[in-house]
Design a protein around this ligand. Structure first.
Ligand SMILES: C[S@@+](CC[C@H](N)C(=O)[O-])C[C@H]1O[C@@H](n2cnc3c(N)ncnc32)[C@H](O)[C@@H]1O
Length: 748
């Protein structure tokens, strides 16, 4: 046998890799396989043993992605030392003649900063050694090598491993590339989830497993392989040790035979049930199960997950039978804010509610809000990745009582709402109090779209706005937005609270989930998703002060009718009413043109609305049209505001009323593509605007930014007066946003 690095006790040293987050689960699995000195580390688990243990890890581990054997540790203070160390190794005793090789590396240090370079140095040293000793260099095959070396650099040392298992172990061989459902779980991840959720112990008791959203069936198939004691690697036909001189073919054949024998002996008395809404998914899952030779162990059904109870009736003969429901509900970037998400949550919670008490439930999802819809907090949480998406595996015990909050709506209807965070009851109390007062005020003022809650509690730093359709239906919608992540809260907790707040708001207002538009702040790290709305926009018509506006609650970055500017629009109307007959109004950054409509209704016969986006310019046109405020003297201009002002200066045009409301994203983004920054640039731009302001005319300037300060010094110009009217334009329902609202009148 070849000389391989051994410990003083004569043992081989292995490092088994797995997806991050699964190290403790893999350690338990390896202990159950009787490995010795098992130590979970970052990204994998180390253990010591004989070659047979390495083979068993390759064949039997359901969670491992790769099994590595330590070949040597060499000094790696710099490239020279690394080269010398690797060249000094007896590769001729390790690599089979004619075997193709590949080297990959990870980790860096001060002198060796590039993993591709590290791999290249190691490959050169290995090839040079073989050339020297055997007279020929091995061929490199980066994709499908016979002998793969993994290098891990840590500080001044490099560990050289032989990749014993070869291609990633998640490739069991039963799934065909290209014919799977969307986003199938990797087999190793599915198995990890089942082990973390305690499936082996349920299976030993002859229990039930159900996956009501089975997709291509990975969870059900892995569950069947576990229950039937089938080694997950039995169908693989290629291994990483085949190009290694230390490989012991007889020993490997013995390990395999033993595994085959075990699989034959086991007669599992479990029930595994898998369902999906989609016929195609069921066909694919069935074909995968057939290829994995476990088709007879799985009962498939085609139905909505919410009806899973019906499909379990036949298999639950004994009411005390142990059981586990697993699911990988669909999710994606868009789903996080859409109705579909609500339907998925509803289906999952209805499925969970139909299970016998005491069953466990394991879900894999990035959606922290699922806890709220279940009214449960998981007993076990594993943070991991499904492809690029950060997800959690959440394991719940249904014998624990659900958490619910009793909510009496503003109309006096009693609701029982599942919640995940008991602290959320504070939110209901506050929302009810503020919303009741606001709605009374709005009725008095004849306002039908208003802010009901404005981050009144720091732990629930979100806003709730109510919009009522102007048509006969009078349908009401709530827009719930988290504008920024509440700082000290970890993503999971923030997600639960946001979801609780969403469900509680629906109850307080007696709204169905279809009438709730919720946009949570989701950082890219959390879920690969952004703060964005789904679907095609669904415009709604709302009314404000007798005018009708089309709004888009699903749009971004705003709805088209920012409620905080209600007072500013009213002021524009009042100022327009007192203008001379031939006065002209200019609306810069016009957005949906609501203010233009106010101006025209008040008697402005000539207006120009300027916006840099074509869809916005069209929106202004519609805003006038839907209020029958058309006419030829209204212009709609698609242009950058600064270019437009320069053109008007050159043309010597004059306006008696100008409105300038830079959108919030302009304030937030320090360097947008037009290089505009509110605090730095507002004064210079207002002075430019002053050049097209008629004598006796007025500029209305609004800055929606916390901490904004008007640059008075620059604006002190002869014949130019500035007045802060923020307190007059701030609407009552935005009193808590007082620090963000700044409105000035500049007159000439
Ligand atoms: C992400 S996939 C599951 C992937 C699966 N774990 C695998 O490895 O292939 C989600 C599945 O849920 C199904 N689904 C979505 N909503 C459902 C519902 N209400 N009831 C049942 N199945 C549903 C979809 O058809 C899809 O196949």
């Amino acid at each position: 046998m070849a000389k391989t690095h051994k410990t003083t006790a004569g043992k081989l040293e292995f490092f088994v890799r797995c997806a991050s987050g699964f190290e403790p689960v893999l350690a338990d699995e390896l202990r159950a396989l009787h490995m010795e000195r098992v130590r979970p580390l970052q990204g994998g688990v180390a253990f010591f043993g004989e070659l047979v243990d390495g083979y068993r890890a390759c064949l039997w581990s359901r969670i491992a992605t790769r099994v590595q054997l330590v070949l040597a540790r060499v000094g790696a203070v710099d490239a020279k030392a690394l080269y010398a160390g690797v060249r000094g190794m007896a590769w001729e005793d390790l690599v089979q003649p004619q075997a193709t090789i590949a080297v990959d590396a990870h980790g860096t240090n001060n002198a060796l900063r590039n993993t591709a370079y590290i791999a290249l140095k190691v490959k050169d040293a290995l090839c040079d050694r073989l050339k020297e000793v055997q007279g020929a260099r091995p061929n490199v095959d980066a994709r499908n090598p016979d002998f793969a070396v993994n290098v891990a650099l840590h500080q001044q040392k490099a560990t050289l491993y032989l990749n014993l298992s070869g291609a990633s172990l998640h490739r069991r061989g039963y799934r065909k590339d290209g014919v799977q459902t969307e986003a199938p779980l990797k087999e190793t991840l599915a198995a990890g989830m089942l082990l973390a959720a305690g499936w082996p112990s349920v299976a030993r008791k002859g229990g039930v497993l159900v996956d009501p959203m089975c997709g291509s069936g990975t969870l059900a198939i892995e569950a069947a392989l576990i229950a039937a004691d089938v080694a997950p690697g039995l169908q693989r036909d290629r291994w990483g040790f085949e190009g290694w001189l230390g490989h012991d073919a007889d020993l490997w054949s013995f390990v395999r035979k033993q595994a085959e024998e075990m699989g034959r002996r086991a007669t599992p008395h479990v029930h595994i049930v898998a369902g999906d809404l989609d016929t195609r998914a069921i066909d694919i899952a069935r074909a995968n199960a057939r290829r994995a030779h476990v088709e007879s162990l799985i009962e498939f059904f085609e139905d909505d997950a919410r009806n899973v109870g019906r499909h379990l009736r036949g298999v639950i003969k004994d009411k005390d039978v142990a059981g586990l429901m697993v699911a990988n509900p669909p999710y994606g970037q868009r789903l996080l804010t859409s109705d579909d998400l609500v339907h998925v949550r509803e289906a999952v919670s209805m499925a969970v509610d139909s299970l016998p008490c005491g069953w466990n439930v394991a879900l894999i999802s990035p959606d922290a809000g699922i806890d709220s819809s279940l009214g449960r907090v998981p007993e076990r949480l594993i943070e991991c990745h499904n492809g690029p998406i950060a997800v959690w595996i959440r394991v719940y015990d249904t014998s624990r009582a659900r958490q619910t909050a009793e909510v009496v709506s503003l109309a006096g209807v009693r609701h029982e709402v599942p919640i995940a965070d008991t602290g959320s009851t504070q939110f209901v109390a506050r929302l009810r109090k503020v919303a009741r007062e606001r709605m009374r005020w709005a009725r008095r003022e004849d306002i039908s779209c208003l802010r009901l809650y404005d981050a009144d509690l720091p732990e629930y730093a979100l806003t709730v706005e109510l919009y009522q359709e102007a048509d006969a239906s009078g349908a009401r919608y709530a827009l719930i937005e988290e504008h920024r992540r509440p700082k000290p809260l970890p993503a999971l907790k923030a997600g639960r609270r946001f979801a609780d707040a969403t469900a509680l708001t629906a109850a307080v207002l007696d709204l169905s989930f279809d009438s709730i538009v919720a946009r949570q702040w989701v950082s890219s790290r959390d879920a690969g998703a952004r703060h964005e709305g789904p679907h095609e926009p669904l415009p709604l018509m709302v009314e404000e002060q007798g005018l009708h506006f089309e709004i888009d609650l699903w749009g971004k970055p705003d709805t088209g009718l920012p409620l905080v500017l209600r007072g500013v629009r009213q002021l524009v109307g009042e100022l327009s009413a007192s203008q001379p007959k031939d006065a002209c109004f200019a609306n810069l950054c016009a957005a949906s043109g609501a203010a233009t409509a106010y101006a025209v209704r008040a008697g402005m016969t000539r207006t120009v609305s300027v916006d840099s986006f074509a869809d916005r310019v069209e929106w202004v046109r519609r805003s006038l049209r839907s209020n029958e405020l058309g006419g030829t003297a209204h212009q709609f201009v698609r242009e950058d505001m600064r270019t437009w002002v320069e053109q008007e200066i050159a043309a010597r045009h004059k306006y008696s009323l100008l409105l300038f409301v830079p959108p919030a994203w302009m304030a937030a983004r320090k360097q947008d593509k037009h290089d505009w920054e509110l605090q730095r640039d507002h004064a210079g731009f207002l002075l430019q605007m002053a050049r097209i302001c008629a004598k006796g005319g007025t500029i209305v300037f609004v800055a929606e930014q916390r901490g904004f300060g008007l640059d008075k010094q620059q604006l002190v110009q002869p014949g130019f007066a500035v007045r802060d009217v923020s307190s007059q334009t701030l609407p009552h329902d935005f009193e808590r946003s007082v620090q963000e609202h700044h409105c000035y009148l500049l007159s000439k």
